[in-house]
Design a protein around this ligand. Structure first.
Ligand code: NAD
Ligand code: WQD
Length: 352
């Protein structure tokens, strides 16, 4: 779209009150985009939008609508009320363990939600989409080598399969008619928080992921970290992952949106796929130690058996995103842990 169209139109962010969505909304606004947020608030609250308003010095509230993607009529109303030049689609359920217990909930929410969104986008001729995918889509049997975007795909749990299917659905839709531009972003392990301590991850239940769990132990809300497995083929026997600072991850979305807007595609559709990580892996013990340094206290942990479905090492080769989006992670382990601790210690109960 020309600058003229961009002036009176918006980026729609689904799931924009959640963890990654809220940081992306902040960066989008700071980069000059006008944003409309929708979310059904099943795993977040609108307090994140108040914090964004404060950090971005906004006079007006960010336009927000409590909409469930399964409610296609409500979605339709939003598209009738605003003109969108792109959609960034975060809204999904994301707990791996829960997806094994409740596969139909995950398939319905994530797949039907995405199908509804694409239907309404198509009906309103909005054909630019940036999508939250995940490292989980890789088959991950590569002995610790950095994954590249063309590596074999395959998932071991329903959550992961919803991501893989959503990637395919978006690609099929783009292949079916001219003009679609999609960017599929495969996140590795997001962590960290805003350095001001004002924004961060706010898991409503006991965290499934390592770093929110570690930070809740650090602040005294949980007793000790359970380290899943000590006999992996890694530096110290614990699992190695590619952690990325949430500020870097948010930035990558703004760059992905630039890519979408720079790609002119009146005849052909294009779908681009990028890994988002740093390319450096850290073990569970290295992460716990780094957090201990940031907090100034030793974080207690015990070794437990391996968690089902986990593998030794998951790291990415981030070079394609650097080459094509100009994205390179700026922040390292220390910033991730310092900022996470700043957030957790100044908001022990998250946004509540
Ligand atoms: P989050 O739960 O904080 O954000 C997701 C948001 O989507 C929540 O605010 C939730 O209320 C909303 N939502 C869920 N279903 C909805 C529906 N049907 N209609 C409207 N809103 C709905 O999670 P996050 O960590 O910010 O993740 C954002 C996206 O990134 C998700 O798609 C997730 O699968 C993906 N992802 C996350 C990670 C991670 O480790 N956090 C890694 C890879 C991919
Ligand atoms: C990291 C490491 C665990 C918790 C998951 C999803 C993936 C993506 C990111 C959404 C592993 C160990 C963990 C704990 C531990 N999400 N661990 N004790 O498994 O790499 O990826 O989140 O798309 O799809 O699968 O992240 O943070 O759960 O685990 O020892 O209490 O920490 O075994 O080695 P994971 P994680």
């Amino acid at each position: 779209p020309s600058e003229m169209t961009m002036k009176d139109s918006y980026v729609l962010v689904t799931g924009g009150t959640g963890f990654i969505g809220s940081f992306t909304v902040l960066d989008l606004i700071k980069s000059g985009h006008k944003v409309v947020v929708i979310d059904n608030l099943c795993n977040s609250s609108t307090e994140s939008l108040n914090r964004i308003k404060k950090l971005a010095n906004l006079k007006d509230d960010i336009p927000f609508f409590k909409v469930d993607l399964l409610d296609i009529e409500a979605l339709e109303k939003i598209f009738k009320s605003f003109k969108f030049y792109a959609v960034i689609h975060f809204a999904a359920l994301k707990a791996v363990g829960e997806s094994v217990q409740k596969p139909l909930l995950y398939y319905e929410n994530n797949l039907s939600g995405t199908i509804n969104l694409l239907k309404v986008m198509k009906a309103h001729d909005v054909k630019n989409i940036v999508f939250s995918s995940s490292a989980t889509v890789y088959r991950q049997n590569l002995e610790g080598k950095g994954l590249i975007e063309s590596d074999p795909l395959g998932c071991v749990n329903p959550y992961g399969r919803t991501k893989l299917f959503m990637e395919s659905i978006i690609t099929d839709v783009a292949d079916s008619e001219a003009g679609w531009i999609g960017v599929l972003l495969r996140y590795f392990n997001p962590t960290g928080a805003h350095p001001s301590g004002e924004m961060g991850e706010d898991p409503l239940q006991i965290p499934n992921n390592l770093m929110p769990y570690v930070s809740q132990v650090a602040v005294g809300k949980l007793e000790k970290v359970h380290v899943f497995g000590s006999d992996y083929n890694t530096i110290d026997g614990t699992g190695v992952r590619d952690y990325i600072h949430i500020l870097d991850l948010a930035r990558a979305h703004v760059l992905a949106l630039d890519k979408v807007l720079d790609t002119t595609s009146s005849e052909k559709s294009s779908v681009f796929t990028y890994n988002l990580g740093t390319g450096t892996g850290y073990s569970v013990l290295q992460m716990i130690n780094a957090m201990s340094e940031s907090t100034g206290n030793k974080i207690p942990y015990v070794f437990d058996p391996r968690r089902k479905g986990d593998v030794d090492t998951v790291i990415c080769d981030p070079s394609l995103a650097e080459k094509e989006l100009g994205f390179k992670a700026k922040y390292g382990l220390k910033e991730m842990c310092d900022d996470l601790w700043k957030w957790q210690s100044s908001n022990p109960n998250g946004y509540q």
